[in-house]
Design a protein. Sequence first.
Length: 237
Amino acid sequence: MKARALHTWDVNTAEAREIQRRLASEVVRLSPLDSDPKLVAGVDLSPPDQDGRARGAAVVVRLPDMGIVEVRTAEATPKMPYIPGLLSFRESPPILAALEKLTTIPDFVLVDGHGLAHPRRFGIACHIGLLLEIPTVGCAKNILRGRYEGLVAEQGAWAPLIDKDEVIGAAVRVKTGVSPIFVSIGHMVDLETAVRWVLACRDRIRLPKPIALAHNAAAGKLPEMAPGSQEQLELLT
């Protein structure tokens, strides 16, 4: 995969918001897949180390058994501090660098962050999906925008996340009695399909397993692996 050069990353906050507004109209809210996906990548970024460098990670797993196929990481110094609503300009470059190292092309990508459930309808999941032209889904632990009502406690239940009378995502119960996660369209997927894919990737913890694995890889707890490597075989046995 190779990211398109739609803009520079060396921007100030006003320029970043304008890029989001400009690119939001290009997000595709329909799924191109005619059948169930076979490979999914989870992505995440570590906190910066003492030198200010952060590690982006991409982990590809196969469905439905969640076996690890490939693990890639890339390090970089974030150009922007953490600013709510502008997470993508801090985290995307090292995550994209890790995704570009993959030799296995996933059917879709799960991003630890929001997609359309964003003030300008262009969160990090939209940004990564549009740059790579690949289906992406945003999965977040907290609401950035919107509200929901009537979510029942059972696993698999979901309720629309609404902002200004627009459905921008879903509150999804991945485990019975556990706080929901917030799923939204990133790119090239509809909301119902996004929820179904997230539930297919659920694990014992709150976030989907591909994102949890990417979190471990970004933290240095999961080594890089090429498809079919010995390390992969050891993890799967």
